[in-house]
Design a protein around this ligand. Structure first.
Ligand SMILES: [Mg+2]
Length: 154
């Protein structure tokens, strides 16, 4: 269980989301769930890849434990991000959880074919969303063993 965040090492999540209201809502949900999570945010797929590749202006960005990825975004959408991550040997070990309002079968199928780690359809109701965030964090940061830090980065 050495990969689990402890009090000295918060779980790091990168939220990739273009809708500012959804970002506020997600931050509020994590805060209210009193989770030991560092939540980072970028607003489109290109910024996500730059963050993960530690490119300017993200040279000092940490490697997140997992990525919460929206599908529909400007510049580069979530499908394209996951495609590029899968093809990149430095990024393809990172868990990617899709968090979107799209419940379209085509989207769900496409993202699982790209081997997303899970696909969550965002509940519109805030209380339900809170429960989803809580269950999500409990699962990913207490049940699951995450990839070791710095995997394949040396
Ligand atoms: Mg969006």
């Amino acid at each position: 269980m050495t990969n689990q965040p402890n009090s000295h090492q918060l779980g790091k999540i990168l939220l990739v989301e273009d809708n500012e209201n959804d970002v506020i809502l997600t931050r509020a949900a994590f805060k209210r769930a009193k989770l030991a999570i560092d939540l980072y945010h970028v607003e489109n797929g290109q910024a996500c890849l730059d963050f993960l590749r530690k490119r300017d202006p993200y040279a000092d960005a940490p490697t997140p434990d997992l990525i919460l990825l929206d599908l529909n975004m400007p510049i580069l959408d979530g499908r394209e991000v996951l495609q590029q991550m899968v093809a990149d040997d430095k990024l393809n070990h990172l868990p990617v959880v899709i968090l979107t309002t799209s419940a379209e079968e085509k989207d769900i199928l496409t993202m699982y074919k790209l081997r997303c780690s899970s696909y969550i359809v965002k509940p519109i109701d805030f209380d339900q969303f809170m429960r989803v965030v809580h269950d999500f964090a409990d699962y990913w940061f207490t049940v699951v063993v995450l990839p070791p830090k710095e995997t394949r980065r040396t």
